[in-house]
Structures are given as C-alpha cells and as structure tokens.
Design a protein around this ligand. Structure first.
Ligand code: SAH
Length: 251
C-alpha cells in the first residue's frame, strides 16, 4: 500500500514536475486544499477529491490514508514542495498509528516558494541561508521569536514563509525588529506575492523601509545580509567571486 505526497511547485504549469503530473494523471483520489487544486483544474478533473479545508490537515491526511487502505491510488498534494511545510511529514507521522502502519509514503519533490522567489528577485540565496515560518498555528510564538533572533544575529540571508495573516501581524513586526537591530537599514529585502501565478508581484525594499502593510499569506520575504545587493534590477548575494574577476573602471 502506497500513497504519494506530491508538491505542485509554486503555481505555473511549467514548474510542475513531469513526474508529479504523471502520478496525478494516474491516481483515482486526490487530497488537497482546494486553492491548490484550482491551480491546475484540468489535471484534477474526474478525480475523487478529499478536501477538508485549511485547518483540517490531519483529517484530510487520515482520509487519504484510509482511501489508500481501501485500494485507491491516492495522491496528497501540497503547494511547492510537499516536504517543506507541506503534507509529507504529517503523513509519515500518521503511519506511526497502527491503523496506517502498512501504508508507505513516497515523496515527489516540488519547487518550493523560496526557490521560485529567489529566481524572481535575482539570486539572493547564492550563499548560506535560513528558512523560517512565522505561523504560530503549530509552533509556539516564543520558539519562532527565539529562532528568528538567532538567525538575525547569525548573518544568514533569511527566507520567511507564512509571514503574516490578516489577524497575525505582531510576530512579523517583532521578527523584523530583530533584523533591524543586527543589520544595516539599507539591507535589501525582497518581497514576492503569488510567485509564478497569474497575479505575481515582486519588489525590493530596504530593511529600514520594510513594507509591513503589503505582506500577507501569499507572500514570501527574503531578507538579505551584508553581501546582498540590489543592482540593475537584480537582488543577489555576492558569494566571494570578486577576488577572481576585476570590473572595468567606470568614469
Ligand atoms: N509547501 C510550500 C509552503 C507551504 S507554507 C512550499 O514548498 O512552497 C505556505 C507559505 O508558503 C505561504 O504563506 C507563503 O509564504 C509561501 N508560498 C507558497 N507558495 C507561494 C507562492 N506561489 N508565492 C509566494 N509565496 C508562496
């Protein structure tokens, strides 16, 4: 008995892995949040759909595991990569239960939002970086803040997933204040909404002018470090290659 944890990539058809597409085409049953299924409507046409809404992740994965035990070929879809703030790990946790212990989980990777935003902005993730989710639904606020403070102090470029929702803004305020404390105000910060979807928007700001009011749950934020620049429309992090090349003097 096997179930597939599939990442759909950030949203455009070209960035959906062929292997993921093929597995979806072959399956009978799909479990996933409707917003993600709507990204590729024709792909999910005629499939049995298990959807219990955003906060019903456990229920949805349990229903998917049950369908697999009943003999269905089941795909559980996440946006981006299924193993990065997605469903893959939850499915594995649930196989610790006796009821589901005979089900094997196979993960098909996808292009995660960090990778998509990195490409849209330029190449800010050229060197070491950290990834944080600011959602406190599963991780206590204290833990999020402790990690954010450590990352801010570490000098790592930082990617923020789930940066703020309509009602949860305070964690983002505090996290940005840590970065302001440890980094220059001019540090470039890239903001990407709906990466690789029809209403994609992106811009680069300075840390001192962080655009709090445009950040929502469909946004990914990349905070640069002392080696990150914004030049010729690209945000990128210098990795140290300048010792191997020489720029011409400009008048
Ligand atoms: N498994 C997903 C992440 C799910 S967490 C992945 O690997 O990408 C949900 C968060 O991911 C959102 O709040 C947002 O911060 C980010 N995200 C996912 N897709 C995005 C997209 N297309 N554009 C911008 N941010 C995105």
């Amino acid at each position: 008995m096997k179930i597939y944890a599939v990442g759909l990539g950030p949203g455009s058809a070209g960035l959906l892995a062929p292997e993921a597409e093929e597995l979806i085409a072959q399956c009978d049953t799909v479990a996933g949040y409707t917003t993600y299924l709507k990204l590729f409507p024709e792909l999910f046409e005629g499939k049995k759909i298990i959807d219990t809404g955003m906060r019903g992740e456990v229920e949805r994965c349990e229903a998917a595991l049950r369908a697999a035990l009943d003999g269905d070929k089941v795909v559980v879809v996440s946006s981006g990569d299924s193993g990065i703030y997605g469903m893959a790990g939850l499915l594995m946790e649930l196989t610790e239960k006796d009821e589901f212990s005979s089900v094997k989980i196979e993960v098909i990777p996808g292009i995660t939002a960090a990778s998509a935003a990195n490409a849209i902005l330029g190449a800010p993730l050229m060197n070491d970086f950290a990834v944080l989710s600011l959602s406190d639904l599963l991780t206590p606020e204290d833990t999020i803040l402790r990690r954010a403070q450590a990352v801010a102090a570490s000098g790592l470029v930082c990617v923020l997933y789930n940066p703020a929702s309509r009602s949860r803004r305070r964690i983002l305020d505090k996290v940005i204040s840590f970065f302001v404390k440890y980094r220059e105000k001019e540090t470039p910060v890239g903001v990407v909404h709906n990466a690789c979807r029809t209403d994609e928007k992106s811009a680069v700001y300075s840390l001192g002018e962080f655009p709090f009011n445009i950040i929502d749950m469909r946004t990914i934020v990349i905070i640069g470090n002392e080696n990150t620049v914004f030049k010729n429309g690209y945000m990128y992090t210098r990795r140290g290659y300048e010792k191997y090349y020489k720029l011409e003097e400009r008048g």
